[in-house]
Design a protein around this ligand. Structure first.
Ligand code: LMR
Length: 394
């Protein structure tokens, strides 16, 4: 049986993590995997998370199983964080999942049960694991145009034309904010246009919201998701707590499914819990309990929001600094897009050879498509990167 196993192509982001670790050069800079780092290079445990863990440790008297679909209090807190005032609880089923990736996986499984003939439409480019998971499940993938290489902004005309070809019952995957890998995002008007196109075609929006709070603010980053879910008769949202709560290894996420009414909601919730049972049974609880403890306590939630805001503003300031360095080194504003992008990532538009050269000569690690994790920088390393980019002819 095991003689049939074939080597799997490595995930390029995770492979890069290993290569960086193995590099023994002093002063190496990791701009690869999407993990926030503070100016000292540490991924901190947030203050509110530590305090929530202390409270949980004190209050918890049992480690017995929770509910198959997740703790209702967590699901309700996350539904409100994501959908805000637009949450229609009568029409929204929620599932606690193993991280945002688990939410994407369960969403694809759910959609495939609902419509075995569906195609998943993804942006070109998108997070590589979107495509990999869909293909693994035998779901056909179609790409829609998204990134304009010349302006490093959104090719909105191309996007509209391509998603307009999605059929009723297809899934159209949209990045709720902080597009990964490009950093280029839709405006509010563009979200409204996308929503209108999906309404016309009958395709179902599927929002991946992995970076809420890292772009323009918690509510601002969810605005597109809220609009598109409110307007659509059916929608899916996969949200991650890895980045905004900094609890990566706790694997905490949520899947929201908006459906046509109460009976459909209960059917969807039952099917989603069944999917958990078939995959790993009960979802992990610790991360979910941290999140719920924070969100349901006004003082803890305020402290979490304040720290998240510091993180967000720190990344924005690095973006400004890098764009400014590039302006003075090149004498052009060709790199101003770095300042306009939002979230952890920007796609710089360097060739794979240039990315490799920067890695070889300067020990600066970016993903091969020239995706840069802005949070891997600090005030001191920004000029080092800027010089490396110019030297490599980017
Ligand atoms: C990334 O894109 O770097 C993150 O989402 C981490 C991952 O699992 O790929």
């Amino acid at each position: 049986m095991f003689g049939n196993l074939q080597p799997q192509a490595p995930d390029k982001i995770l492979a890069l993590m290993g290569e960086f670790r193995a590099d023994t050069r002093q002063g190496k800079i990791d701009l690869g995997v999407g993990v926030y780092k503070d100016p000292t290079g540490v991924t901190p445990v947030m203050r509110a998370v530590k305090e929530a863990e202390r409270r949980i440790w004190e209050a918890e008297t049992t480690k017995a199983y929770t509910a198959l679909g997740g703790e209702p209090a967590y699901l309700s807190a996350m539904s409100r964080l994501v959908l805000g005032e637009t949450l229609d609880a009568d029409r929204t089923a929620a599932l606690s999942t193993v991280g945002g990736t688990g939410a994407i996986r369960q969403a694809l499984e759910l959609a495939r049960i609902g419509n075995p003939g569906l195609t998943l439409h993804v942006s070109d480019p998108t997070w590589p694991n979107h495509v990999s998971m869909a293909r693994f499940l035998g779901i056909p993938v179609a790409e829609y145009r998204y990134f304009d290489e010349a302006s490093r902004g959104v090719d909105f005309e191309g996007m509209k034309a391509d998603i307009g070809r999605a059929r009723a019952g297809d899934l159209v995957l949209l990045h709720g904010c902080c597009h990964n890998p490009t950093g280029a995002n839709l405006t509010a008007d563009q979200w409204a246009e996308v929503s209108a196109i999906l309404a016309r075609t009958g395709a179902v929006p599927f929002v991946d919201l992995a970076y809420q709070g890292f772009g323009d603010g918690l509510d601002e980053d969810a605005a597109g998701t809220r609009l598109i879910v409110a307007n659509a008769p059916e929608a899916l949202v996969a949200a991650s707590c890895s980045k905004n709560f900094g609890i990566y290894r706790e694997r905490t996420g949520v899947l929201l499914a908006k459906v046509e009414g109460r009976a459909a909601r209960d059917l969807a919730a039952g099917t989603m819990a069944f999917l958990n049972r078939q995959t790993y049974s009960f979802p992990p609880d610790h991360g979910a309990r941290i999140v719920q403890t924070i969100l349901d306590d006004a003082a803890l939630a305020a402290d979490w929001r304040a720290e998240l805001e510091e993180v967000r503003l720190g990344m924005l300031s690095l973006r400004r600094q890098l764009a400014g360095e590039m302006r003075s080194l090149t004498g052009t504003n060709r790199f101003d897009f770095i300042e306009h992008h939002r979230g952890m990532f920007s796609r710089l538009g360097a060739t794979p050879a240039q990315v490799q050269r920067i890695r070889d000569e300067h020990a600066i690690y970016m993903v091969g498509d020239s995706r840069l994790n802005i949070a891997g920088l600090n005030e001191g390393s920004v000029p080092v990167l800027a010089r490396a980019l110019v030297e490599a002819g980017v």
